[in-house]
Design a protein around this ligand. Structure first.
Ligand SMILES: [Zn+2]
Length: 421
């Protein structure tokens, strides 16, 4: 489970904890601002300049912060040296197992992408163990490609592997309880990957794919920093990730946010979960493909969701009437489901990801109209907005990596136990 600290302002007490919390404040400030002087950080974090100088000194030693040149002075005193996040040697591995693809996405401390690998994969037919073995293989190949000690650089430090899976995830135990679209039950994902990779990747964490994508959206997406944000995945499965007051809302067991299985019509079409009339059965990728008579994107398709939806987009661009009317119907159901979400959470923004981005130009306007028509509260500027993600199908893997970065930022001293790769 995401610790509360990782997402918000730290609150622990005690000397070591205060120091760690203050280091996190400095890192978060640089993360958000891009660059800042010691004086600037001190002013915004409410710390003395001497404290900030000490903290920055140890962060520079760890290679997490670097000096970026002298700031042009604002007229008050001498200009300060600008600082920015460094940490190119700190590598966070994000991964996603989805119905028809595997993704690996590696970022450094400042969230710069350093590696991206994706391939079509039938995780349903392969089963959990073979799917995770394939993922471990991809991870091993990347680890093998890392230089031992690049000239004038630090030894690469792999801070962890975060895995995103579309299903019910017990984060504390690193287990997937149930993933209907993968056909997985009670899979000890962290244990299996650790058995394959040993300590080469550091700790393995597991999270629901929509929750991780929401974290990516909150940290690095076009609505980064929005305190009340809901992310909706658009794939074969429809999932939801909730950020409430700047923190992930996971529920009592971590199973919250399964918006794809909100019931819209008990007599509706069959859903991947075995019930009828869930939101997913109306707006999931399968539903759209079936309606426009494209082959299934599900198990055995051998083609990624991205490729499937690209064909639908081409047909829409050519004015295909079947596709255009299917997109109209889709928009209506997207707006309806989002109205249910808005009624529960009153978010500032609902971000639609995955395949919804590809068809945004046809569905967003009618979906907004459908949403507005079903809202109880009158819309006010800046709230209840419906937006499109620009993180694409890699959002969940990016969020899984971001989750690992958050752990380093929360406790930079994990680096001191320096395990190389
Ligand atoms: Zn369902």
């Amino acid at each position: 489970m995401l610790s509360a600290r990782s997402a918000g302002v730290p609150t622990r007490a005690g000397h070591t904890d205060i120091r760690r919390n203050n280091q996190e404040l400095v890192l978060r400030h640089l993360w958000a601002a891009g660059s800042a002087s010691r004086a600037g950080i001190a002013a915004s974090a409410g710390l003395t300049r001497a404290t900030v100088s000490r903290l920055v000194g140890s962060l520079i030693e760890l290679g997490l912060v670097e000096e970026a040149g002298v700031a042009t002075g604002g007229g008050q005193g001498r200009p300060g040296t600008e600082l920015r996040l460094a940490g190119r040697h700190v590598l966070a591995v994000g991964a996603e197992v989805n119905v028809d693809y595997l993704t690996l996405l590696v970022v450094d401390l400042a969230n710069r992408q350093v590696h991206h690998w994706q391939r079509p994969f039938d995780a349903h037919r392969a089963g959990a163990e073979a799917s995770l073995a394939a993922l471990a293989q991809a991870c091993s190949s990347w680890l093998d490609s890392l230089p031992e000690r690049p000239a004038a650089e630090r030894v690469p430090f792999v801070a962890g592997l975060g895995v995103a899976v579309p299903g019910l995830v017990d984060e504390r135990r690193g287990m997937v309880g149930r993933a209907p679209n993968l056909g997985w039950h009670d899979v000890p994902v962290a244990e299996l990957l650790t058995a394959e990779l040993g300590d080469r990747v550091g700790p393995v964490t597991v999270g629901n794919e929509a929750n991780r994508a929401a974290l990516a959206e909150y940290r690095v997406g076009s609505h980064a920093g929005t305190e009340h944000l809901v992310y909706v995945t658009g794939d074969v499965g429809i999932g939801g990730g909730l950020i409430v007051q700047g923190r992930p809302l996971l529920g009592a067991r971590g199973y919250g946010g399964e918006v794809g299985h909100m019931l819209l019509d008990p007599a509706g079409p069959l859903c991947g979960c075995g019930r009828r009339g869930c939101w997913e059965a109306f707006v999931g990728l399968e539903a759209l493909l079936a309606e426009v008579a494209e082959p299934s994107a599900g198990p055995g398709a051998g083609e990624s969701s991205e490729e499937r939806i690209a064909r639908v987009v081409r047909r829409a661009e050519q004015g295909d009437a079947t596709v255009l009317s299917a997109l109209d119907r889709l928009a209506e159901y997207v707006g309806t489901g989002c109205a249910n979400i808005a009624a529960l959470f009153d978010p500032d923004v609902i971000v639609l990801g995955g395949y919804f981005s590809a068809v945004a130009r046809w569905i967003m306007a009618p979906a907004r109209t459908a949403l507005a028509a079903r809202l109880l509260a009158s819309p006010t500027p800046g709230t209840g907005e419906l937006a499109v993600s620009d993180l694409g199908f890699a959002a969940a893997a990016r969020g899984a990596a971001t989750h690992i970065v958050d752990r380093v930022i929360s406790d930079p001293h994990v680096l001191l136990g320096t395990r190389g790769r």
